[in-house]
Design a protein around this ligand. Structure first.
Ligand code: NAD
Length: 377
C-alpha cells in the first residue's frame, strides 16, 4: 500500500502532514511512503531528510497511485479528481459551510477524515490537531504582538529609569488562550484573561493571571458536555462588553481567541474599545479566519484601527511551521495507526469505532457524517 504526502497547495500554507520521524513509523507499518518534492521545505524538512527516513520523492502526479493521502488542508477538486476512487484522505477538512466540497469528495469515492472533529477523549489526546496547533498559535500570538509592540514586556529597573511591565489581556482561555497567558507571563507581562466557560476561571488563575468576567447564572451554565463554549445571549454579551470596555482601556496588548465550534466567531472588541486604548497598543485576533473577534481586523494583515495595531494573521501555526508540522504529523500518525490492522497490516475503516464515527465525512460514495446530513453506521 502507498501513502502520499503532497506539498500543500494553499499559498499561505507552510506546514506539511508528515515528518521524517513519522515517515519512519509509517514505513514500519508496512506502507510505501511517497513525499512530494519540496513538501517540507517551509517546515525545514528537505527532500534529503525524507529520503533518509525511507520515503520516495516524487512529483504531484504520484497522488494518483496512493491508497492514503496525508494533508494539512482539504484537497481542492483539482487535486482530488486525480486520486484513486476509494483513497483515504486525512486532513483538516474545514467542513462547516463547505458541504459542496464534501459532496464532491463523496462523489469521487474518497474516504475523507476531518482531524478537527476528533473527540476530546483521553484515547484521542495524541491525535488532537486543534490542541497541538492552538497551543502553538497561542504562543506565536504573543511573539507577534511583542515584535510589533514598541515597549518592553517585562518591568525593567535600570539606572536610567523604570520601564513598566506591559499589560496583556487574553480573551478566550481555551488551549490557545492558556498558552498565550503562559507565554506573556514568561515574558514578564501583567496578564489578565476572560472566558465564558466557568472552568476557565481556575485555569487562568493557576497560570498567575487575573480572571475578568461577569459571573452570573448564565455564565455558570455556559459549558457544553464536550467542554466547549455555548453562544451567549445578547444580554450577557452586553454586560460582558461593558466590563471588558473599562478593562481594555488600561491594556497594552489584547489577544483574542474566542471561538464556538461551527459558528461565526463572537465579536468581542469594538472600534470604540480600541479607541480607548493607548496609542501604540497592539491587538491580535486569532479568530480572524472565522469572522474575527475584533472589529476592523483584516485577515492576513496588520492594520491600524483607532491607533491600535491589529494583527490578523491567518494560520499562526504556519508562522511557526517547523514545530507545527512536527506535532501535526504526529497527530496524523497516531490516528492512522488505529486504521491499520496490527496483525495483517491491512487498512480497516471500522465505523463502530468512535474515533472513526466522529471524523469520517465521506465513505463509499456517500456523505456519512451525521452533522453534515449523512447517516451514521
Ligand atoms: P475553542 O478554540 O473552541 O475556543 C477558545 C475559547 O474561547 C474557549 O475557551 C471558549 O470558551 C472561549 N469563548 C467562546 N466564546 C467566548 C466569548 N464570547 N467570550 C470569551 N471567551 C469565549 O476552545 P479550545 O481551545 O478548543 O478548548 C475548549 C475546551 O476543550 C477547553 O475546556 C479545553 O481545556 C478543552 N480541551 C479538552 C481536551 C481533551 O482532550 N480533553 C483537549 C483540548 C481542549
Amino acid at each position: 500500500k502507498t501513502l502520499f504526502v503532497p506539498k500543500e497547495t494553499a499559498d499561505a500554507e507552510t506546514r506539511v502532514a508528515a515528518s521524517p520521524d513519522t515517515v519512519k513509523k509509517l514505513k514500519g507499518l508496512g506502507f510505501d511512503v511517497v513525499v512530494e518534492s519540496g513538501a517540507g521545505l517551509k517546515s525545514r524538512m528537505d527532500d534529503e531528510a525524507f529520503r533518509a527516513a525511507g520515503a520516495e520523492i516524487a512529483g504531484p502526479e504520484a497522488a494518483a497511485n496512493a491508497d492514503v493521502i496525508f494533508r494539512v488542508r482539504r484537497p481542492g477538486e483539482q487535486e482530488f479528481f486525480g486520486y484513486k476512487s476509494g483513497a483515504i484522505v486525512i486532513a483538516t477538512m474545514d467542513p462547516y459551510g463547505h458541504e459542496d466540497a464534501l459532496a464532491a469528495m463523496a462523489g469521487k469515492g474518497i474516504s475523507a477524515f476531518a482531524m478537527e472533529l476528533m473527540p476530546r477523549i483521553t484515547r484521542a489526546q495524541s491525535m488532537d490537531v486543534l490542541s497541538s496547533q492552538a497551543n502553538l498559535a497561542g504562543y506565536q500570538a504573543v511573539i507577534e504582538a511583542a515584535s510589533v509592540f514598541d515597549r518592553a514586556m517585562p518591568m525593567m529597573m535600570t539606572a536610567a529609569g523604570t520601564v513598566p511591565a506591559a499589560r496583556v489581556f487574553v480573551m478566550g482561555a481555551g488551549v490557545a488562550g492558556l498558552q498565550a497567558i503562559a507565554t506573556a507571563r514568561r515574558l514578564g507581562a501583567v496578564v489578565s484573561a476572560t472566558d465564558v466557560r466557568p472552568a476557565a476561571k481556575e485555569q487562568v488563575a493557576s497560570l498567575g493571571a487575573k480572571f475578568i468576567a461577569v459571573e452570573d447564572d448564565e455564565f455558570k451554565a455556559a459549558e457544553t458536555a464536550g467542554g466547549y463554549a455555548k453562544e451567549m445571549s445578547a444580554e450577557y454579551q452586553a454586560k460582558q462588553a461593558e466590563l471588558v470596555a473599562s478593562h481594555i482601556a488600561k491594556q497594552d496588548i489584547v489577544i483574542t481567541t474566542a471561538l464556538i465550534p461551527g459558528r461565526p466567531a463572537p465579536r468581542l472588541v469594538s472600534r470604540q474599545m480600541l479607541s480607548a486604548m493607548k496609542l501604540g497598543s497592539v491587538a491580535v485576533d486569532l479568530a480572524v479566519e472565522r469572522g474575527g473577534n475584533i472589529e476592523g481586523a483584516v485577515a492576513g494583515a496588520v492594520t491600524e484601527v483607532e491607533g491600535v495595531n491589529v494583527i490578523g494573521y491567518e494560520n499562526l501555526p504556519g508562522r511557526i511551521a517547523a514545530s507545527a508540522s512536527a506535532l501535526y504529523a504526529k497527530n496524523l500518525l497516531t490516528f492512522f495507526e488505529t486504521l491499520v490492522d496490527k496483525e495483517t497490516g491491512d487498512l480497516k475503516i471500522n465505523r463502530e469505532d468512535e474515533l472513526v464515527a466522529a471524523t469520517l465525512l465521506t465513505h463509499e460514495g456517500a456523505l456519512v457524517h451525521p452533522k453534515f446530513g449523512g447517516q451514521p453506521a
